[in-house]
Design a protein around this ligand. Structure first.
Ligand code: PBG
Length: 333
């Protein structure tokens, strides 16, 4: 054998594989670690009693009545889930979406029930009108246009109502300009200066929300949301949106969706270094569910890889429909 070639082979300085030899070594040099406290579990709540209705496009997710929701959250907590975000379905929709700020509506009742049963659970509520409006848009509609400023007062009313019910965090997802400032001001004026504000700061007009719109029955009845949600082609604009929300008083900012927007998550984290959430949305959940069901990919490995990638990109928190399952998987090790 050629002696020089032999020398090169035996004296190779860099062998990254040395750190991958055993499970323990891999664990010791791991850069990103997932924990159940990273997860926020999204749940749908509806009026009524004893209800648990599966959402067709999101198998394993349900629309719960308050009593059943409390049971579900109890089970999730036993698996390690520490936080939930609630989406409400109204008894009746109208043009303004008035159940959004009704103290006796499903979300408000759910917040009270959850905080009573599990005081240390972090309860987040989504603030938007689209689940409550008959036209399915996220604001006040006039002549087929979603009006920005008249919507702000309604969102602020909803936020105050959720805070009054006991929400720890309110999360506006409507993408109206100036809503973070309007909500912060209304919360403070009503004595809720300790209620945290998590804004859906960079929320894109995405096809990945498809299954959610079935879950929340919130598909727009005309047009789409491109006049208020962001263009998927834009990245600099996401930094401007996040900057505005921080100026207006957001405590946590969010990028949504997550997987097709990992570059945005990284840019926001690098630019602002503030607490950052990412929403692993309904379509991302349903894709994983569907391929796993077909046996084309392994469900558990895929879930953990997806969630790890979102954390690695820079998100501190992940809103995910996989929260319970992922918490279980992490506990099992
Ligand atoms: C309401 C809202 C939506 C989602 C969260 N809040 C739907 C939308 O903007 O159409 C999507 C969540 C998901 O897809 O899981 N504005």
């Amino acid at each position: 054998m050629n002696p020089v070639a032999n020398l090169l082979r035996t004296h190779q300085t860099h062998r990254p594989r040395r750190l991958r030899r055993t499970a323990t070594l891999r664990e010791m040099v791991r850069e990103t670690v997932l924990q159940p406290s990273d997860f926020i579990y999204p749940l749908f709540v509806q009026p009524g009693q004893g209800l648990k209705q599966e959402i067709g496009a999101m198998p394993g997710n349900y629309r719960w009545s308050v009593d059943r929701l409390v049971e579900e959250v109890g089970a999730a907590r036993e698996e390690g889930v520490k936080s939930v975000i609630l989406f409400g379905l109204p008894a009746k929709k109208d043009a303004q979406g008035s159940e959004a700020w009704d103290d006796e509506a499903a979300v408000q009742m759910a917040v009270r029930a959850l905080k009573r049963s599990y005081p240390e659970l972090v309860v987040i509520t989504d603030i938007c009108l689209c689940e409550y409006t008959s036209h399915g848009h996220c604001g006040v509609v006039e002549h087929q246009e979603v009006l920005n400023d008249p919507t702000l007062e309604l969102l602020a009313r909803a936020a105050v109502s959720h805070a009054r019910a006991g929400a720890d965090v309110v999360a506006p997802s409507d993408m109206m300009d100036g809503r973070v400032g309007a909500i912060r001001e209304a919360l403070d004026e009503n004595g809720f200066d300790q209620v945290t504000l998590m804004s859906y700061a960079a929320k894109y007009a995405s096809a990945f929300y498809g299954p959610f719109r079935e879950a929340a029955d919130s598909a727009p009845q005309f047009g789409d949301r491109r006049a208020y949600q962001m263009d998927p082609a834009n990245s600099d604009e996401a930094l401007r949106e996040v900057g505005l929300d921080l100026d207006e008083g957001a405590d946590i900012v969010m990028v949504k969706p997550a997987l097709a927007y990992l570059d945005i998550i990284r840019r926001v984290k690098d630019t602002y270094g503030v607490p950052l959430a990412a929403y692993n949305v309904s379509g991302e959940f349903s894709m994983v569910h569907a391929v796993a069901e077909r046996g084309w990919m392994e469900r558990e490995r895929t879930i953990l890889e997806v969630l790890t990638s979102i954390r690695r990109a820079g998100a501190d928190l992940i809103l995910t429909y996989h929260a319970r399952e992922a918490a279980r998987l992490l506990k099992r090790g």
